[in-house]
Design a protein around this ligand. Structure first.
Ligand code: NG6
Ligand code: CA
Length: 491
């Protein structure tokens, strides 16, 4: 490692709604992902790497705070005008690494809120990633299907004309009726919606929520991959001589799936497959930059996804019709929104050329563990209130140990929790439909307790709860204890 650099750089590349079976190295045969596969060849490929939640906001909340999302009642899918859900006093993964001497940056999807109930897109935004540990940020506020469709750099909307201010509302009653919407002007759409997504039209695509103004600042979906990749490469290049942490959060393959022209038709699966290939190109841009700058061997690169896959997530992009025999969730049951493993078990690769021995791992690890693991690596002492659920699994992450954590809580939508313990997973009885009929995913709701042995039954076919009453009741009691606790990591 270069002399100025005390610690290795850390890059977390984080896909949006990418499933356990969506990339080549995890079994996909009809979507070509050579760059992600290259990472897996050079690093450790985890078979039991988990997000903490089956949707975006709670999952990202855990990654950045080392806390289970259900501890924060606001950690649920947020609208684009939500205020920030991480308190500026909360120790975060970036603030801990900043303290350890890292320069910290985030590029891409944020979805953890902005401002402190005072959000005005036309002024300096009071609370942004820069207030919770990042030295630099270039983000979209929420998701690519939610307004406002603009980029925010540090505290400001990029390219905003002050003469054309932005107004945002998520309330149909407060929206300006003279502005076209997907609901009333379907003839203006280049991609139709199948569910929701019927409000403001930006770039020929109707979104969730209403926005007016900000014309010069609007993003172009087809260029988004390049815009973010360029910013990410710039951040790496500018900081190559010191330790840096980059959280690069892709917008793919979340809806609306709109690849750049080069990637249109890259697969037989239509836009969903094509944007995965585009995302792989983004990964390649970073890997190539590390090689060019000769900092590959001093950089830990992590690749994962915020939650499991979904085909029809509200736009008519033929993801279902063109899916063929592709298994987006691999052998797992369920997908995005689900309490079954398809919701939270995701591709999870850690590479550090020259240090990490390439291989595969069955260790149970989660994004929530990055905080304690990298605190241990950098010698940062953690305060008692810091990262309450983060376990130091550094040896597992670096492929030095086959042992990760023993237990993990994950959640489906609406913070419905599930307990994983060694090979067992226990899903308590939860109210609600068995299926999300719009997305065609099994949610895991059942009036009966469910218990699966994942070592024998990765597809969660055989519910063993009635045959294993003791395990079921012990896990149920343990889950209740955890839900009542203030922390789960040792102090
Ligand atoms: C849902 C949206 C879905 C997606 C999701 C958030 C509809 C019908 N569905 O409410 O399209 O935006 O929220 O996804 O509006 S996440 O990956 O950011 O959690
Ligand atoms: Ca997501």
């Amino acid at each position: 490692m270069s002399k100025q650099k005390k610690h290795p750089n850390i890059i977390i590349m984080y896909a949006d709604d990418l499933g356990f079976g969506d990339v080549g190295c995890y079994g996909a045969t009809s979507i070509s992902t050579p760059n992600i596969d290259r990472l897996a060849t050079e690093g450790v490929k985890f078979h039991q790497g988990y997000a903490t939640a089956a949707t975006c906001t709670p999952s990202r909340y855990s990654l950045l705070t080392g806390s289970y999302p259900w501890r924060n009642p606001r950690a649920a899918i947020l609208p684009g005008d939500a205020s920030i859900i991480i308190n500026s006093q909360t120790p975060t993964l970036p603030s801990m690494l900043h303290h350890a001497g890292y320069r910290t940056g985030v590029v891409g999807k944020w979805h953890l809120g902005l401002g402190q109930n005072d959000l005005n897109w036309n002024q300096e935004i009071s609370a942004t990633p820069n207030d919770v540990g990042f030295d630099y940020s270039y983000i979209m506020a929420a998701t690519n299907d939610r307004v406002p469709c603009v980029y925010v750099e540090d505290h400001k909307v990029v390219g905003l004309d002050p003469e054309d201010p932005i107004e945002v509302t998520y309330d149909w009653d407060k929206a300006d009726p003279s502005q076209p919407t997907g609901r009333h002007n379907p003839e203006l759409l280049k991609m139709k919606y199948s569910n929701g997504h019927d409000a403001s039209i930006v770039n020929g695509v109707s979104r969730i929520g209403h926005m007016r103004g900000g014309k010069a600042a609007l993003w172009v979906d087809e260029a988004m991959a390049e815009v973010f990749a360029e910013k990410a490469v710039e951040f790496v290049t500018e900081n190559k001589d010191q330790s840096f942490f980059l959280y690069y959060a892709f917008h793919q393959p979340h809806v609306p799936r709109i690849p750049g022209p080069r990637f249109k038709g890259a697969t037989t699966h239509g836009p969903r497959g094509d944007v995965i290939v585009e995302m792989d190109w983004c990964v390649g841009e970073i890997l190539d930059t590390l090689e060019r700058l000769e900092i590959k061997e001093e950089t830990i690169v992590i690749f994962s996804s915020d939650n499991g896959p979904v085909l029809d997530d509200g736009y008519d992009d033929q993801a279902e019709e063109l899916n063929g025999s592709h298994h987006a969730a691999g052998a797992l049951r369920g997908g995005k929104y689900s309490m079954f493993d398809g919701g939270t078990r995701v591709p999870f690769i850690v590479s550090w050329p020259g240090t990490v021995n390439p291989g595969e791992s069955d260790a149970l690890v989660s994004h929530v563990d990055f905080h304690a693991s990298f605190a241990a690596m950098t010698g940062e002492e953690m305060r008692d209130n810091e990262a309450p659920d983060s376990m130091n699994v550094l040896d597992a992450l670096l492929g030095r140990s086959s042992k990760g954590r023993n237990e993990l809580v994950v959640e489906g939508t609406k913070a419905k929790t599930v307990l994983r313990q060694n090979e067992w997973v226990f899903i308590p009885p939860h109210d609600g439909p068995a299926m999300n009929v719009n997305t065609n995913t099994e949610l895991g709701n059942s009036t009966k307790p469910q218990l699966y042995d994942l070592s024998q039954d990765i597809g969660q076919i055989s519910n063993l709860a009635t045959e294993n009453v003791d395990i079921t009741s012990n896990m149920s009691a343990r889950l209740n204890d955890i839900l009542e606790s203030n922390l789960t990591r040792p102090i």
